[in-house]
Design a protein around this ligand. Structure first.
Ligand SMILES: Cc1ncc(COP(=O)(O)O)c(C=O)c1O
Length: 482
């Protein structure tokens, strides 16, 4: 007895699925003879052709055997586990299954990033002012590009990326960041995070030594750990990363954020840059320069990149549109030393081939038409004003509680907590007052020697920043008392 056929269900689909379910759930047992097609036709008001097609399909899939005429039977060969599969929730592994073995690589991979879809609360780090993005212009270019899609474009593009975008970016990076590069060294990637993955997998083996800033960006460290590298910590001082010979011994790669150290905000001095390049040249190591938000500098001029001083092809330079435009774009770029281009692009080719072409084409046009430069200029003004509000209010209210960095750059600024206040306690007290600060301990390897907070200022209007500072002062006072 089959379940009634819903009004809108196609006869063939209903019969096929009902019989399959009866078999899988054990109501039609192996060896059972099915009624003749004529009987089924009259009982369920179906045409014989429909029944023959459903039987043929089930026979091909192995649920039925025998022939119309000589009798059709439920297959004797169905494995027992399959017969009850329909009742088992997808998430539960069968009781008898051996435990799934994950590769050594997968066991080393850790997730550090979860999308927080809630509207940002005051001081959320990494967040640009998305409400000020010229979405109208972007969608005009996008719809024009979709309409102009040709069969050739639908095939895809070079693994290194859409050539006009690479040309536009190479020109921009040479002018704005002092990068020494040709478009053929520049690869479009799905954010700096993908650049870490591709480059680290290309040049590192399990057991290789690497050195990173501490505190530093956990997204880079996690990828290094996933490839099995051994990580040594480089301390920081007022000139940026300290080239500690012990930590650098045997290192094959150094990861650094010279323009605006993540998370402390320090800018690496020229002397330190030259010393790092000289060390890399002498030892044959690579320097990975993460230029994640250097375009935003509100006092003085943007500092040219470390890569621009490199005369020996020891620097890999990476940047991203996540903060300059919007994070969902997932477009970044990496400028590779010429000898690494083939190896890194081969890795990209066998994994994701290339970044989606449509977004690349829209971005290329957005840059070529001057919208990108205009947007950056506008956002620099907005963010400079928001940072000034933060610094002014902090001077009055956070004095003696949180000492904010003097570096005026980026989408977030850093502050050192008064001795005795732990950053995680500060985060909890702030969250109770609807503000969202990020503790340095989240970016620290080993024991935390000095506690600090990151305060994002870009996504929030000035009035909200002033409220946030007032609330943060109360929260930190509470922590100091307890
Ligand atoms: C220092 C730093 N590097 C790299 C990234 C990753 O950027 P993307 O979104 O381009 O992958 C981030 C993201 O917040 C970051 O803060």
């Amino acid at each position: 007895m089959l379940p009634p056929r819903p009004r809108d269900a196609a006869a063939y689909r209903w019969l096929y699925e009902s019989l399959r379910r009866e078999i899988l759930e054990g109501r039609l047992r192996p060896g059972t003879r099915l009624p003749s097609t004529r009987d089924i036709a009259s009982q369920y008001s179906l045409s014989r052709g429909t029944i023959v097609s459903a039987f043929d399909q089930l026979r091909e899939e192995g649920y039925l055997e025998g022939n119309i005429g000589s009798g059709t039977y439920v297959s004797e060969q169905l494995p027992r586990a399959l017969l009850h599969a329909g009742k088992t929730p997808v998430s539960a592994p069968p009781a008898s299954a051996p435990p799934r073995r994950l590769s050594q690589y997968a066991q080393r991979v850790r997730n550090f990033w979860a999308l927080d879809p809630r509207p940002p609360r005051c001081f959320r780090a990494h967040r640009p002012a998305l409400d000020l993005f010229p979405i109208g212009l972007w969608s005009q270019i996008a719809s024009k590009r979709v309409r102009a899609y040709t069969a050739a474009a639908m095939v895809g593009c070079d693994t290194l990326g859409y050539p006009p975008l690479r040309e536009a970016l190479a020109t921009y990076l040479r002018g704005a960041r002092g990068i020494r590069c040709e478009a053929r060294q520049l690869m479009i990637v799905s954010g700096v995070q993908e650049a870490f993955d591709l480059v680290f997998r290309t040049v590192l083996d399990p057991g290789d030594r690497v050195a990173i800033e501490n505190p530093g960006y956990p997204g880079a460290a996690h990828i290094m750990e996933s490839v099995g590298a051994e990580i040594a910590s480089l301390p920081l001082d007022a000139e940026g990363v300290v080239l500690d010979p012990k930590a650098l011994r045997g290192a094959r790669l150094v990861y650094t954020t010279p323009a605006h150290q993540f998370p402390t905000g320090v800018t690496m001095s020229l002397a330190r840059r030259l010393a790092l390049l000289e060390w890399a040249r002498r030892t044959g190591a690579l320097v990975f320069e993460d230029d994640y938000d250097s375009e935003y500098r509100y006092s003085g001029k943007p500092i040219p990149a470390l890569q621009g001083l490199d005369t020996h092809n020891v620097v890999v330079f990476a940047g991203s549109f996540s903060k300059l435009l919007f994070p969902a774009l997932r477009i970044g770029y990496v400028v590779l030393p010429p000898d690494l281009v083939d190896a890194v692009s081969t890795l990209k080719a066998i994994t994701s081939r290339h970044v989606p072409l449509l977004e690349q084409a829209v971005l290329a046009e957005f840059i070529e038409q001057g919208h990108f430069a205009r947007h950056l200029r506008r956002m620099r003004e907005v963010y400079a004003e928001r940072l000034a509000t933060l610094l002014d209010s902090a001077r009055v209210r956070l004095n003696g509680l949180l000492e904010l960095s003097a570096v005026e750059a980026g989408l977030q600024t850093a502050g050192w907590l008064q001795a005795g206040i732990e950053d995680t306690a500060a985060v909890a007290a702030a969250a109770a007052r609807e503000i969202e600060v990020t503790p340095f301990s989240r970016c620290t390897r080993g024991p935390v020697t000095r506690h600090g907070l990151m305060l994002g200022f870009a996504a929030t209007e000035s009035a909200e920043i002033r409220r946030g500072v007032r609330e943060l002062a109360i929260a930190l006072e509470e922590c100091r008392r307890t």
